[in-house]
Design a protein around this ligand. Sequence first.
Ligand SMILES: NC(=O)c1ccc[n+]([C@@H]2O[C@H](COP(=O)([O-])OP(=O)(O)OC[C@H]3O[C@@H](n4cnc5c(N)ncnc54)[C@H](OP(=O)(O)O)[C@@H]3O)[C@@H](O)[C@H]2O)c1
Length: 169
Amino acid sequence: MKVALIVAMDREGGIGKNNDLMWHLPSDMRFFKEKTAGQIVVMGRKNYDSIPEKYRPLPNRENVILTRNSSFEAENCQVFNSMEACLEHYKNETDRIVFIIGGGEIYRQALELNCVEEMFITHVDKVYDAETFFPKFDESKWAVTEIASHEMDDKHEAGYRIMNYRRSC
Ligand SMILES: NC(=O)c1ccc[n+]([C@@H]2O[C@H](COP(=O)([O-])OP(=O)(O)OC[C@H]3O[C@@H](n4cnc5c(N)ncnc54)[C@H](OP(=O)(O)O)[C@@H]3O)[C@@H](O)[C@H]2O)c1
């Protein structure tokens, strides 16, 4: 099983507000879609709720929702009541990557469990008034390379850089 993580954050590590994203960056959304296509995406129940009904479950991916509510159901989604149960379920997965796709609580737990091998972080070059943040992490433990960048333009309210982080120890 390979576990990866994908997130977009502002200059202060902000990732969301009012259970929603704070920006509209179509080419970064496309990157997310391409990167996670065909894979397993693991999300918190609040993140799932934040996706407009017509877009969920996210197509062409196995959608996994974490909730502590044992009676929670969502059509065509896998539901687990703990991160550990979820990772145990996919431990023998060899074909697909388990992508942690947030939100804040789920990112924090995945990083605490030390199970994430690779991260794709979009650094949005702007400060938003976020309520939910990506957890602080020790950058010295990761080998970082830039894989894409985009300038601000009429379709992109802010510039951004996409960085790949590979755990180095
Ligand atoms: N910028 C980005 O890349 C990005 C990506 C994703 C999300 N977001 C944003 O992040 C925000 C949501 O993040 P959040 O931290 O509020 O919520 P979240 O992490 O999406 O979901 C939290 C919920 O997950 C469930 N949960 C958490 N830990 C669990 C565990 N160990 N076992 C079982 N269930 C568990 C609980 O659901 P129950 O309450 O049902 O028990 C909890 O209330 C939104 O604003 C969203 O737009 C941003």
